[in-house]
Ligand binder design. Structure first.
Ligand code: ZN
Length: 275
């Protein structure tokens, strides 16, 4: 199944997407849907108002997650291009909900930086609460996968050793368009890419992940309980603009397309912040 959160004239709604049609589930968003322990049956049986997929206005897949956990330096090719050694433990940082935008929304380039960069990421969505997960319970707790571009303000990210200030600028981070349930995501490595104005700038495979989704749920659930609607962005492959010589960054009007094959595609226009 594919599940999304859309904006309607009367507010956000969770929908099940089948082909050209999206059907409301009766929930305000995908997090609210996943908070039903029988969310699979509930979504499968949904028969609410229907919408044409071509007309959908996607909200961030989970507009207000309890947690947005991001993993840095988690692709072999990206770790090596940034001049780092393969990690013993995951690098973990967070974002806040105001950073999120929908799959086709504008990405805001903050006025205080000319160093805004792209990071395509396969993203895990949690479907049931889990603490101290084993690999088996971790797998069962994953509802499915979506796509994030962890748009990063590099000069702010690198002001200190902690990444957060460069990672959670308002309206910077597209998340969506939908969640594909785990049973429908192909096993093995998925092609992952970013294009900028049609030019491919990142192209890799999730087979390059150092810590995979199950590893990350096991690790993070040792720290705290993961809950329905929590998202874990698993890190980005090589090809980011900051590692290029000369470096390359996002500019006003650039069209950023972020794809994980078998999961989904984000298509966002970058817009300079207006104050
Ligand atoms: Zn990232």
């Amino acid at each position: 199944m594919r599940l999304a959160t859309i904006r309607t004239a009367t507010g956000n709604r969770a929908v099940r997407v089948d082909g050209d049609t999206a059907t409301e589930t009766g929930d305000a968003d995908v997090r609210a849907l996943l908070e039903h322990t029988d969310w699979r049956d509930r979504a499968a049986a949904a028969a609410g108002p229907a919408h044409q997929v071509a007309d959908l206005d996607y909200a961030p897949l989970v507009p207000s997650p309890e947690k947005i956990i991001c993993v840095g330096l988690n692709y072999r090719d990206h770790v090596l291009e940034m001049g780092n050694e393969l990690p013993e433990y995951p690098t973990v940082f967070a974002k806040y909900a105001p950073a999120l935008v929908g799959a086709h929304d504008d990405v805001v380039l903050p006025a205080v930086s000319d160093n805004v960069d792209w990071e395509a990421e396969l993203t895990v969505v949690i479907g049931s609460s889990v603490r101290h997960a084993t690999p088996e319970t971790a797998k069962a707790a994953i509802a499915g996968y979506t796509v994030m571009n962890d748009v990063s303000v590099r000069d702010w990210q690198n002001r200190t050793k902690q990444f957060l200030q460069g990672k959670t600028f308002e309206h910077s981070t597209p998340l969506g368009p939908w969640l594909v349930t785990s049973d429908e995501v192909p096993e093995g490595g998925l092609p992952i890419s970013t294009t900028l104005d049609g030019e491919t700038v990142q192209s890799s495979s999730t087979a390059e992940l150092v810590f995979g989704p199950v590893d990350l749920v096991v690790y993070l659930s040792t720290i705290l309980t993961l809950n329905p609607g929590d998202v874990i962005a698993t890190g980005t492959p090589g090809g980011v603009g900051h590692a290029r010589k000369p470096p390359r960054y996002l500019t006003d009007g650039a069209v950023l397309v972020t794809t994980v094959e078998g999961v989904g595609e984000l298509r966002n226009t970058c817009r300079a912040e207006k104050r």
